[in-house]
Design a protein around this ligand. Structure first.
Ligand code: UDP
Length: 145
């Protein structure tokens, strides 16, 4: 019998993008396995070929940066896997699993630390705040936003 009054952990959602390098290198399964093994639940998942327009919206805060043109070229260079994960403190947990932005500096044991040697081609994106997660989920999965 379940106790209807038992406290449930708060549920949070994060938007995750497995970038084209993850798909190209055959690392989608390995990366998804880490999120699942941690206990995060996948609530949406789709293979998407990102257009320049979607890249500009997703990276709106970076479009004027020097690194943006090559980043835009990279994220539109082939299919990506877009997903939403759910769990207690999912936003912070995903970013901890992802590791530091620069794969060369990311700690071993993190996704970027184990699989990336680049500050651009770093395999994975995770929302950086509840506000970003809400914006990104609405952008990528409008039916769920
Ligand atoms: N990026 C890049 N050059 C840089 C910094 C960032 O190409 O000097 C790319 C990289 O793919 C990174 C993305 O831009 O994941 C977004 O940068 P942000 O600082 O938001 O890092 P993140 O939140 O992805 O760790």
């Amino acid at each position: 019998m379940t106790d209807a009054a038992a406290p449930q952990p708060p549920v949070e959602r994060s938007f995750v993008l497995l970038k084209p390098d993850a798909v190209r290198r055959g690392l989608v399964g390995a990366v998804l396995a880490r999120f699942e093994a941690k206990g995060l639940r996948i609530v949406a998942l789709e293979l998407r070929h990102v257009t320049g327009e979607l890249a500009d919206q997703h990276y709106a805060e970076h479009v004027d940066r020097d690194f943006y043109p090559p980043l835009r070229k990279f994220v539109t260079s082939g299919p990506s896997v877009a997903l939403i994960v759910e769990g207690d403190q999912a936003i912070e947990v995903v970013r901890a699993l992802n590791g530091a932005t620069d794969g060369r500096k990311a700690a071993p044991g993190t996704i970027r630390g184990d699989y990336s040697l680049s500050n651009r081609e770093n395999l994975v994106h995770g929302s950086d705040s509840p506000e970003s997660a809400a914006r990104e989920i609405a952008l990528w999965f409008p039916d769920l936003g």
